[in-house]
Design a protein around this ligand. Sequence first.
Ligand SMILES: Cc1ncc(C[n+]2csc(CCOP(=O)(O)OP(=O)(O)O)c2C)c(N)n1
Ligand SMILES: [Mg+2]
Length: 332
Amino acid sequence: MKKITKATYIKWYEDMLFWRKFEDKLAQVYIQQKVRGFLHLYNGQEAILAGALHVMDLSKDKMITAYRNHVQPIGMGVDPRRVMAELYGKKTGTSHGMGGSMHIFSKEHRFYGGHGIVGGQIPLGAGLAFADKYFKRDAVTLTFLGDGAARQGSLHETFTMAVKWNLPVVFCVENNGYAMGTSVARTSKSTEIWKLGLGYDMPCGPVDAMNPEKVAEALDEAIKRARKGEGPTFLELKTYRYRGHSMSDAQQYRTKEEVAEYQKIDPITQVKDIIKENKYATDKEIKAIDKKVKDLVAECEKFAEESDFPDVQQLYDVVYEQKDYPFLPHKL
Ligand SMILES: Cc1ncc(C[n+]2csc(CCOP(=O)(O)OP(=O)(O)O)c2C)c(N)n1
Ligand SMILES: [Mg+2]
């Protein structure tokens, strides 16, 4: 695995802090009704993305996830200003303001969304991997899903084929304890989701996903296996989300104490502590990173605020139109 060095820790700190603050800003502008629709935030789960990016080959590997999807494309190289603009519904957004929160997408950066149907992205992730295998492209697809999606039929159908065809895919369930307000324990007798892999003879296991180093180690092994043509791996990344399922969640299904317990093992704090213990950066250098992050978030907000909304006519650019359709001419 690529060595985890002082530079890695500094990068992890800066990246994770940026993702956290970027989403805190989104929460703020959502309350001001500048961002509309649903908004599902990733706060608390950042170590997963940090660890994954350390071991992926960003020149060819792919990523696909569900609707908690604002920071992953940024990690894959998408301009964060364009992600913020997409959430504002502005023309300068990643999908010209037509996708919104749940549908960030950038084919150029090999980030394939952004999917609102629980479990919908699981077969799509296997499909991306199938194409890479078919065209001998030596790329691996990381397919992320929530604990709620683990009980969907689509997962089981996909596992059957992915393992049979040795597809170069890593299935990563981000077990944050809840599917909306329903805990894992409430939905299934077995709370160790990784064990689902056993039924498919798929290498599988649990990972402490509040720690980017642990995520990187587990994913490195899985990615190497996939690259060697030895097929998929199923990892249960044990994590936690600090905010509600979406912005409209009153969170009556959990206690403040439970959230506080997980905040004690917050990935950003863990990384910052390692930086301090090992004197990888001085307090002054850490403060400079904090300021850089704050300024970049402000720049994203300004860009989104100042961008224009799409023209109404743009709606028709993306709608299939059959020229000779007789019934509903839909000219404005
Ligand atoms: C097929 C389908 N069923 C139900 C829903 C409604 N729904 C949206 S999110 C969600 C919970 C999913 O939880 P999980 O997979 O654990 O992901 P998390 O939100 O925790 O990241 C549900 C049931 C949906 N979007 N799609
Ligand atoms: Mg969940």
